[in-house]
Write a protein that binds this ligand. Structure first.
Ligand SMILES: NC(=O)c1ccc[n+]([C@@H]2O[C@H](COP(=O)([O-])OP(=O)(O)OC[C@H]3O[C@@H](n4cnc5c(N)ncnc54)[C@H](OP(=O)(O)O)[C@@H]3O)[C@@H](O)[C@H]2O)c1
Length: 321
């Protein structure tokens, strides 16, 4: 297959590019900067407007748009604008390019986020019965902002109405766990290693996550199955409360205790790490009903197993020994 990855130079993009290259597919990454990688061919775009890059979409099998300024930052006015515009503008550009193609790609996988669902503890959110977040569930201003971004992102993908020849899938992705440097797993493990890996807040909020092998496996499945269209949750079937999540990570690493963080301490920690508490305090209780109904078998359905595997690979990386 020929697979195009707009914004494919980041954590998820490189994960997919490596896997697709190993499968023997042709991988083209659209990037705003010159980049070289044996796993893909890079083509320039500005993530906003149509240009020479649109030729790559002609006759392609799949487009997986991952472009967007990282949300792991302080939500200053300037960052808010970049977070929103980078997602909405790049999605519009990809959509327009697909509409204008003479031989449009077979499937468009558009990145979205599990953050689109309501903050809740009582029941899980899936694609069929899940509650969308709103002003009553997502109350702090930063939560409202993230929700607004998620909705604007999906609306941008829907602009122009249904595509006649291209199946569209919205990837409502939870936190992708891989041992790669700088990823969410490494940040959380860093807290555990430094004795700070206790619960965050009251620890009741659910953590939705997905192991990188399952993320790649689910994407392969979605590309292959013509029946999967619309929103698909990319999350392990067993989300768990933050307190249990952190306990399992401590056990996987071999540490019994971890200092909990709440209130002002948590806010100060987030400020020092140049991030927002929303990323850890919102209860993202999201489950992958559509993937399960389609028969996808998760390699890592449970966090304790995934945490042990990830810790093992993190430790085995020579630079970290
Ligand atoms: N990682 C996760 O756990 C997770 C979970 C849920 C959803 N997602 C979403 O999945 C997508 C990919 O995630 P990721 O972790 O691989 O992200 P990432 O590492 O931050 O990479 C995203 C890519 O977007 C491009 N980009 C950055 N700033 C941009 C801007 N201002 N305008 C246009 N493009 C910009 C960059 O490519 P160039 O610099 O090469 O152009 C970058 O490599 C993101 O949209 C993210 O929100 C990720």
């Amino acid at each position: 297959m020929k697979i195009i990855l707009p914004g494919g130079t980041g954590q998820i993009g490189r994960m997919l590019a490596r896997a697709f290259a190993q499968d023997g597919h042709e991988v083209v990454v659209l990037s705003r900067s010159p980049v070289t990688d044996p796993a893909f061919r890079a083509v320039a775009w500005d993530a906003r407007s149509l240009g020479g890059w649109t030729a790559e979409l002609e006759g392609a099998d799949a487009v997986i748009n991952l472009a967007g300024r990282s949300v792991n930052c302080r939500y200053t006015p300037a960052n808010r604008r970049l977070i929103t515009e980078s997602r909405v503008d790049s999605t519009r550009a990809v959509g327009l390019a697909i509409r204008q193609a003479v031989r449009p790609p077979r499937v468009w996988l558009q990145s979205s986020t599990a953050t689109i669902y309501a903050h809740r503890y009582d029941a899980p959110n899936d694609e069929l019965t899940g509650r969308m977040g709103d002003a009553t569930t997502d109350t702090p201003d930063t939560w409202q902002f993230s929700l607004g971004v998620a909705k604007a992102w999906e609306q941008a993908a829907a602009e122009g109405g249904p595509l006649p020849h291209t199946r569209q899938v919205l990837l409502r992705t939870s936190i992708v766990m891989s041992p790669d440097a700088g990823g969410a797993f490494e940040v959380l493990l860093g807290l555990v290693r430094h004795g700070l890996g206790g619960r965050a807040g009251d620890g009741r909020q659910y953590v939705s996550w997905i192991h990188e092998h399952d993320f790649v496996g689910a994407v392969r499945r979605i590309i292959a199955r013509d029946t999967l269209a619309g929103p698909v949750n990319l999350a392990a079937p067993c989300p768990l409360p933050n307190a249990d999540f952190m306990r399992a990570l401590r056990e996987a690493w071999g540490r019994r205790l971890g200092l909990p963080a709440a209130g002002l301490v948590l806010e100060m920690g987030a400020w020092l790490m140049r991030t927002e508490t929303e990323l850890i305090l919102k209860s993202r209780r999201v489950v992958p009903t559509r993937l399960l109904q389609d028969g996808y078998k998760f390699e890592f359905p449970d966090w304790p197993l995934a945490a042990r595997e990830l810790c093992g690979r993190w430790r085995a990386t020579p630079a970290r020994r």
